[in-house]
Structure formats: structure tokens, C-alpha cells
Design a protein around this ligand. Sequence first.
Ligand code: ADP
Ligand code: ZN
Length: 340
Amino acid sequence: MTITHRTGSYDITFQDVGVALADARPQDVIVTDENLDRYYRSAFPGDTLVVVVAPGEPSKSLATYEAVCNQMFAAGRSRSSRVYAFGGGVVGDLAGFVAATYMRGVPCIQCPTSLLAMVDSSIGGKVGIDTEYGKNLLGAFAPPAAVRIPLDSIGTLPDREFVNGTAEVWKYGFIGNQGLLTRLQKSPVRGSDDDLQEVVESCLAQKAAVVEADEFETTGLRATLNFGHTVGHAIEAVAGYGAILHGEAISIGMVVETQIAEATGIALRGLASIVEEGLRSQGLPTAIPSQVDATELIASMRRDKKATAGKLAFSLLTDLTVCKLYEDVPEDEVRRVLGC
Ligand code: ADP
Ligand code: ZN
């Protein structure tokens, strides 16, 4: 599959870990995290520099960015080096940002190892790190040179992380991919499924179509990928990053946002329970955890870039497989749904 951005095009292929990293040269660098390093070190070409960061969101920081760059400077990596991002979304975003900026930019080969990164963050060309003021506040639109998906690495992905990634898979189904949705409603996706590659490809084809049509988020189309994310991001922020995983938060977000769509008459009654049933069959959470305060959620959503006075912005389902950006949902309606 080839993805074309105005800023370049790249191929997405499925390659086992050993193959995906096999052409790394001595002057290149593999950026990965401690978990992946532990499982796959023997697959890294012996003479390629490997930079290992701590697993988890805190590694998407200026400090880690600087540490990775410094290891590359110290090892004499040059403008002719390539960066292999071998890991989940954290490694992909961090290493992608390193590649986008190292000596004004070197090629990045994304090798996503988590389901979430395979279906979502490794394509689209958004890379970046977090600051104390918020997530992804420093970054770039920098398409990778290639995306190589090592599906075999799913074998070591912890179950909770796999299920976490399925939330984005369901999202693609809900916002427009009828074939995928029917497949998921028949039976939830598992790491051992024979059609796992087809499921991932189906997600990628959809993201590619949306990103190609609205690369820089100007028409509202790319915003439909944010279904579940206005509420989901707020849940992540209020619960404290890491307490609830991204996919878990957007699973709850998709249910709550569909309840909002019902309450405002955008969707017919009953849609939210269809969404909820699917996500629950997959083992994803569907209700706001008791430790998350609804008033704090509203406050957090108000800080969203698209929010204006008294109105909140959501990408909402009008029906199954139909999603639209609404930038003026009255805050009062949202409060009613959240019961605060
Ligand atoms: P994301 O969910 O955005 O991909 P991370 O990059 O933090 O987030 O990855 C989630 C967790 O899963 C991390 O602890 C990471 O080390 C681990 N992980 C990612 N891919 C694999 C894999 N194939 N095998 C084992 N652990 C993995
Ligand atoms: Zn997401």
C-alpha cells in the first residue's frame, strides 16, 4: 500500500522483525524502548547503533529527545544516517521527531510494534513530544520514508496493550468502514486471528484515504479520526496519564460522545448502545471510571483547541459509519449527559 502526502509518499509493507531491520547500516540508528530491546535485541544488526529509551509516555520529553540526539552526535551519526523507530507509539513519535529535526532532517523508517501504532500513529506523518503544558505540543508533520509493520511482534505485546489498540480499530469501523465494522461485530479481533493483517490493512486504507484528502486538517475530514477523542483526551488528562491507556479512554469517549449525539438529536436513540455493545465484546471499558470527576472533564474539554465560549467541539456519529465534526455543541447538553 502506498500513501501519498503533499509532502511526499511512502510505502507501507508487512515485514517480520528480522526483515524490517535487516537493512539498517552501521551509520544508521535504531531507536527502541527497554521492553522491545529485551525481546528483539538479537534481531538488530550487530553494528548498528541502538538507542534504548524507557518505556512509556514520559519518554516523549525534551530531556529524552536531547538524550537520543546526543547519543547520535557522540556516535558520529550524520545527515546520511537513517532512523529506525522500532516500538510503540511513544518510540514512533519520539524517534520520528528526532529524525525530522536531526541535522534538519534525516529519513525515518517506522517499524510499529504495538497494535495502536500499527493502525494509527505510525502513519499520517505527525511526530512530536510532550511538554509540561500538554501532549504533542512540540512536533512536526514529517512523513516517514517507509512504514514496515512487523506483525510477528504482536506475539509479545501484553494483552492489555493489544486490547487498547483495538479501540482505534473499532473507531475506523464506526466512522466509516462498514466492512471492518461487520467483521468486528461478528467477533472481536484477537492477536492470533488469521485475518489480523487484513484488519490492520483495512484500518490503514481508511486512515490513508482520510489523511490524503485532508493532510493538514483544514476541511474537517481528518477531524473525524478524532471520534471519541475529545472526551477520551479529557479522561486521560483527568485520570492522570498512564492510569487509563489511550485506547481505553477513547473507548469510553466513543460511547459518551455517541450519547451526546443522541441527546442533541444528531443521532437516533439506540446508537450509543450499539457502540457500547461492540466495545464491550472486545473487552474495552465503556463507562467513565468513578475516580474521574465529570466537572473536571468539562473543564479539560474546554481547554481543547477547537472549543469556543459555551460550546465544545466533537466528531460525532450521525449513524453507524457516518461521522461529522460539530464545533458548536452546547456545553449544557454535554453536562446533562455527564450528569453534572
Ligand atoms: P502505544 O500504545 O502508543 O503504542 P507505547 O509505545 O507506550 O504506546 O507502547 C505500549 C507498551 O507496550 C510499552 O510498554 C511498550 O514497551 C510495549 N510494547 C510495544 N510493542 C510491544 C511488543 N511488540 N512486544 C512487547 N511489548 C511491546
Ligand atoms: Zn487515538
